[in-house]
Write a protein that binds this ligand. Structure first.
Ligand SMILES: [Mn+2]
Length: 501
């Protein structure tokens, strides 16, 4: 049987064989939506292959974290959604005989190699847009099913006696021996890692989508590309959707209400606004075309209007109206658990736990949203300070360092906060360090802005470190160095954007 990504097949089989040869495995994964789904896929596959394992999560796989893992009495460590970038440190431990690493990752590898290293970048596949950590873990899971199936102990039919009540079965109630049902989680991971561009997944990710559809765990279709189709009441769905900015609807509560009231549709049920997922196909069609018409009449360019429609990835086993049914909403829920150090809750949801676990995750998401809106209010109320080329604020300990970047991005465009300059946000990390997050816009990037380069250089100039992407980046700087750092940032941004402003 061939795996979903032929280029990776041989390496995946080698990694799977190594895992099968282990008495037990320590599974270490990153804490974010992609890392959590990676862990859930790997955990399900290990369990089905009857390989004993334990799961640990790390926010950052730094030297201390790797040393901690090495100190554990495991001969085999499976790293998912990280490990490649830390191969220099990991292979030192491997050479010292601490453990044998097996890695399923998609990040840029450090300048070292190891035998059981599964990473799309090693095989000419783009790790930023074509395969996520969860995707690499899925490729491994499929190989593990092949390899485990081939061993004499599990020949013949797999028992399907209604579950043994271990409570750790995967999302499918009917585990498949080929692990194809895990494709749904791989898609959630890819979407959570922002790999859907132009409204859909590409490359190796598409093959995983096909697996999920074939296994009956995933449905795809062309649909409105707005966030919140399962859970948001229609006016909120439209008001909060600002990727394609429609004047009079986006960020406009009463405008969105007026727009919906003006349609010849029954959009309320018992006085409550309905949600997109509950509409019939005809109702969706009607609402979508009215939305497009409105966008056209308000002068939204055609290229932007195309962005209103995209491919939806629906987890068909989940009930209508549940955030778990929509890959994008599912990944948001997972990120909320991760940001508040509750990887256990996120993993539990991925593994199919509902009831209290799901309620706990929903509470974390509600709190997260409340923290965001309080943060945005704070920034808008107190305002930002304008330098020549950037604007900034320092939240101290009043906004969590894990969300200050999102808050900064969302506050842009509010009163006194310009869209024409990048925004730089500071928040206390601990007694010694300050977290910095910077956000730009795509139009600034087109003019030459690269915040990753700016934050990297400016933070290192003051004894910190940083990096990220051109449009969004982060850094850590020593407490007290903010002013010197900011001066450097302002100068670098000025150079990138040219001084003729
Ligand atoms: Mn990832």
């Amino acid at each position: 049987m061939t795996g979903p990504v032929p280029e990776l097949e041989e390496r995946a089989i080698a990694c799977a064989n190594r895992l099968c040869a282990a008495d037990r495995v320590l599974l270490a994964s990153h804490i974010d939506a992609d890392g959590l789904t990676s862990a859930a896929i790997a955990a399900s596959a290990l369990e089905r292959a009857e390989i004993p394992f334990e799961t640990v999560f790390e926010k950052q796989l730094d030297e201390a974290a790797i040393a901690g893992i090495a100190a554990r009495a495991y001969d085999t460590v499976l790293f998912t959604d990280f490990g490649s970038g830390q191969l220099d440190v990991i292979s030192e431990h491997e050479r010292a005989g601490d453990f044998t690493p097996v890695i399923a990752d998609h990040h840029q590898p450090a300048d070292e190699e190891t035998e059981f290293h599964l990473n799309p970048l090693l095989f000419g596949i783009n790790g930023a847009s074509e395969l996520s950590g969860a995707g690499a873990s899925y490729v491994l899971a499929r190989a593990l099913a092949d390899v485990a199936d081939a061993t004499p102990a599990t020949d013949g039919e797999l028992a399907t006696d209604g579950g043994t009540g271990t409570g750790t079965g995967a999302t499918s109630r009917r585990p498949r021996t080929d692990n194809r049902d895990l494709a749904a989680l791989a898609v959630v991971g890819a979407v959570g890692d922002m790999q859907a561009s132009g409204g859909e997944l590409h490359g190796a990710n598409e093959a995983i989508v096909d697996d999920g559809v074939e296994a009956g765990v995933l449905e795809t279709g062309t649909d409105l590309a707005l966030y919140g189709k399962q859970t948001r009441p229609l006016p909120k769905l439209l008001e909060y959707a600002t990727d394609v900015y429609i004047p009079g609807i986006s960020n406009d509560e009463s405008g969105a209400l007026r727009f919906l009231d003006g349609l010849d549709l029954e959009l309320k049920d018992d006085g409550e606004w309905r949600r997109w997922a509950e509409l019939t196909a005809d109702e969706k069609q009607c609402l979508a075309s009215a939305l497009v018409q409105r966008a056209v009449s308000r002068g939204v360019p055609a290229s932007k209007i195309d962005g209103l429609v995209g491919t939806s990835y629906v987890l068909s086993a989940e009930p209508v109206g549940s955030e778990l049914r929509d890959a994008s909403e599912f990944s948001t829920l997972l990120n909320a658990t991760a940001r508040y150090d509750r990887a256990d809750v996120g993993l539990g949801v991925c593994l199919g736990n509902r009831g209290d676990t799901l309620e706990r995750a929903r509470t974390l998401l509600r709190n997260h949203r409340r923290n965001l809106s309080e943060g945005i209010d704070l920034v808008t109320r107190e305002g930002v300070t304008h330098e020549e080329h950037v604007q900034w604020f320092h939240a101290g300990d009043r906004i969590r360092e894990t969300i200050v970047g999102i808050v900064a991005g969302m506050a842009v465009g509010n009163d006194g906060i310009s869209r024409e300059k990048p925004i730089v946000a500071f928040a206390d990390k601990n007694d010694d360090d300050v977290k910095v997050s910077a956000r730009g816009t795509h139009s600034l990037v087109r003019k030459g802005l690269d915040l990753s380069a700016v934050l990297g250089e400016a933070s290192r100039a003051v004894g910190g470190d940083g990096g990220g992407h051109d449009v969004a980046a982060g850094a850590t700087v020593p407490t007290g160095a903010e002013e010197a750092f900011l001066e450097c940032v302002d100068e670098l941004v000025g150079e990138q954007l040219g001084s003729e402003r």
